[in-house]
Write a protein that binds this ligand. Structure first.
Ligand SMILES: Cc1ncc(COP(=O)(O)O)c(C=O)c1O
Length: 459
């Protein structure tokens, strides 16, 4: 089915002093009373958005969402980058629904588990085997466990310049938000900087024979230096460590097969999730048979408990993934994400130049995964200016914690967003010149991974 390019866009882009958030405001205290953090994902929390922003979403269609007060917005980075086709995308919903009618979970595997495994391995062709799960965190943790079992080593080397790999202790212990994680676990994770091979070589030398795996996003905000990824793989093989690419964001976005497909470097293990099923819960650990087989039944080595959960292969999520992959192939979704992101980038860059903001507001990353960085008048990274920018976009009908586009972002959506951004950047310029206090309503947003909620050293 073709994307609905003609769907009218009804978002009111006139700056609205009167946008009503009263239903959201009424629900927020209750949410915080019932749910720690007021939401089930920290990245969706109140501390991530300006005070003048919707608190709860009622529904979505394509790249548009409506909050509980009936306000309509164009949304970016939907479902924490999981929803790449669009909200309530009909063919995917239908595929999941039809599968649900046949039952979603049995005592023995469903045949669709095999169907998706075969399709997935046809895409991620450097891998021999795959195992599905529900969350990205579970599959990166499984990669770590498998690498430790395979090498008999205990340390995990992660890229310290990249923000997130898993909700599990081996990673969260390495962040500022590490309350509840024992020192013994924290000490088993070591960090290396991106694009710096000598630093990783030095890490291997500091911990001879102890690093089980090297885990990173092959590309995040910064592209790899020429030859870096291949050299990383060669170094891992020389040192006897497993190379793991976390393709949670790059998968089905840089390329159908992720950064490994884009850059042509095949890791020993890789992990996928997010965009695999347009927001339905599914993730994948894929890799070389020699390693993956330790989770299987046909060897005499100690068994690895590899991704075995009650809900791990629910059939409707697998059906959603098969349909998502079909649409990606039929509609060149990846090409569309790059093209539409590029259009948005060039429009926003024009506004940045017109407002003399190139030292203060920057677009970062590939067109298919655009994010932005905000700086204050001293050119220091600024959460207050991020908040002001988000506030001014919300006022103009855009929710954009990033500018990550989906297959549902039409040219009209992108053009309207660019208008909203332009107006928001005019305010940004004024705030730089006249002082932010005159423009920012309420407290600034804060990074998710901070030690304390309110202490200023963490803000
Ligand atoms: C790069 C990366 N890896 C792993 C994860 C964890 O995935 P999940 O939230 O599905 O557990 C995320 C989530 O944001 C991520 O961005």
């Amino acid at each position: 089915m073709a994307r609905d390019k003609e769907r009218p866009v009804g978002v009111d882009l006139v700056a609205s002093e009167s946008r009503d958030f009263s239903q959201s405001r009424a629900l927020q205290p209750k949410a915080h009373r019932l749910i720690p953090g007021g939401a089930h994902t920290y990245a969706k929390g109140d501390d991530q958005y300006p005070e003048q922003a919707p608190g709860f979403i009622a529904r979505g269609s394509g790249c548009h969402v409506w909050d509980v007060d009936g306000n309509e917005f164009i949304e970016y980075g939907m479902g924490l980058r999981a929803v790449t086709l669009g909200h309530a995308f009909e063919p995917v919903i239908q595929a999941a629904y039809q599968q649900m009618q046949l039952g979603i979970n049995f005592n023995r595997p469903a045949k669709i588990e095999l169907d998706l495994a075969e399709t997935f391995l046809g895409i991620v062709s450097g891998a021999d085997m795959v195992k599905f799960a529900k969350n990205g965190s579970d599959v990166t943790t499984a990669a770590v466990k498998l690498a430790r079992a395979y090498t008999g080593r205990d340390l995990v080397a992660i890229c310290g310049d990249q923000p997130f790999f898993s909700t599990d202790d081996w990673f969260i212990g390495s962040t500022a938000m590490n309350a509840g994680i024992p020192r013994a676990i924290i000490d088993l994770t070591v960090k290396f900087p991106y694009n710096d091979l000598p630093a990783l070589e030095a890490l291997f030398s500091r911990h001879p024979g102890r690093i089980a795996c090297v885990l990173l996003e092959a590309e995040a905000a910064t592209p790899p230096a020429s030859g870096y990824l291949q050299a990383l793989k060669t170094l891992c093989e020389k040192e006897g460590a497993v190379l793991v690419f976390d393709e949670m964001i790059t998968g089905f976005r840089w390329h159908l097969a992720g950064a490994q497909g884009f850059h042509g470097v095949v890791p020993h293990l890789s992990t996928f999730g997010k965009a695999m099923a347009n927001g339905f819960a599914i993730a994948a650990l894929a890799g070389k048979r020699e390693i993956m087989r330790l989770g299987g039944l046909d060897h005499d080595e100690p068994r690895v408990f590899l991704l075995s959960t009650t809900h791990g292969a629910e059939t409707h999520a697998l059906a959603a993934s098969l349909e998502t992959i079909r649409i990606y192939r039929e509609g060149d979704v990846v090409g569309f994400l790059w093209k539409q992101g590029e259009r948005l980038r060039s429009l926003i860059n024009r506004s940045i130049a017109e407002n003399r903001l190139s030292d203060f507001f920057q677009l970062i990353g590939r067109p298919c995964n655009l994010v932005f960085a905000t700086f204050d008048q001293n050119r220091a990274r600024s959460q207050a200016f991020r908040t002001l920018f988000l506030q001014e976009l919300v006022r103009r009908g855009v929710i954009a914690p990033s500018f990550v586009v989906s297959y549902s972002h039409s040219e009209a959506d992108v053009d309207r967003t660019a208008e909203a951004v332009h107006e928001a950047l005019v305010i940004y310029r004024k705030a730089l010149d006249e002082g932010i206090d005159k423009y920012l309503e309420g407290r600034p947003v804060k990074p998710v991974m901070r030690k304390y909620n309110c202490r200023t050293e963490d803000a």
